[in-house]
Ligand binder design. Structure first.
Ligand code: SAH
Length: 215
């Protein structure tokens, strides 16, 4: 890593701290992961700006603050089995994988699914299992999950995902239509009851049904 990127990364970590990210484990994994490897080459020097950036298939890698915030709110533990919907670049998946036991991640765009898989191999991260498919339905063969993170905005909270949470489990999901203000929502399962808390206003790409084979 060029020294300029290294100092920008240090600065980013300080900014995240100043913005209220207090979980040291989350800050540590963000400082370990080369975000420049998950974005197009021509944007390399913007890797540690606190901004969302475009990736393949018209999608985006989330802003580092949002990645840190959602990860902190998910309260991931080393023993957890975690599901992510929306693999995208694979960056958030790696953040989660470094904090949990096993991470399952689903992507509906084939080119993103393939390049994320290669990235996990390249970085030698072996506790991630990938699936090409529609994550709105969750992952029946692998449920229940201790934690679920959705990284695309649903117009509503998908019911099937709620019931793939363990009792006491937590799900983080941005909710809202594309032309409305979306919010990050945190849901905690208590038996058949779900405690819902509205957190930050955000802007995410949409959570869509179906799969896309090409870019
Ligand atoms: N976590 C990603 C964010 C990518 S943007 C990262 O760190 O880079 C959100 C991603 O969700 C996009 O790649 C989009 O294709 C994907 N997505 C949207 N709806 C989906 C669905 N129903 N199932 C799986 N992936 C979906």
């Amino acid at each position: 890593m060029k020294s300029s990127l290294k100092s920008k990364k240090k600065q980013l970590i300080e900014n995240l701290r100043a913005q209220g990210i207090t979980d040291e484990k989350v800050l540590e994994v963000i400082s370990e992961i080369p975000r420049e490897d998950f974005i197009p080459d021509f944007l390399r020097n913007q890797a540690y700006e606190n901004a969302a950036l475009p990736i393949e298939s018209g999608q985006t890698i989330s802003q580092p603050y949002i990645v840190a915030y959602m990860t902190q709110e998910l309260q991931v533990e080393k023993k957890h089995k975690v599901l992510e919907i929306g693999t995208g670049s694979g960056y958030q998946a790696v953040v989660l994988a470094k904090l949990c036991k096993r991470l399952f991640t689903i992507e509906r765009h084939m080119p993103l699914y393939k390049s994320a898989e290669e990235m996990f191999k390249k970085l030698r991260i072996f506790n991630i299992t990938t699936l090409f498919g529609n994550g709105i339905k969750g992952w029946k063969e692998q449920e229940p999950f201790d934690r679920i993170m959705v990284t695309a905005a649903g117009e509503e909270i998908p019911d099937e995902l709620l019931y793939q949470l363990k009792d006491g489990g937590i799900m983080i999901i941005p909710v809202g239509a594309q032309d409305e203000t979306q919010h990050i929502i945190r849901i905690t399962r208590h038996g058949d009851d779900f405690d819902v808390k509205t957190l930050l206003p955000v802007k995410f790409v949409p959570l869509l049904s179906g799969i896309v084979h090409s870019s």
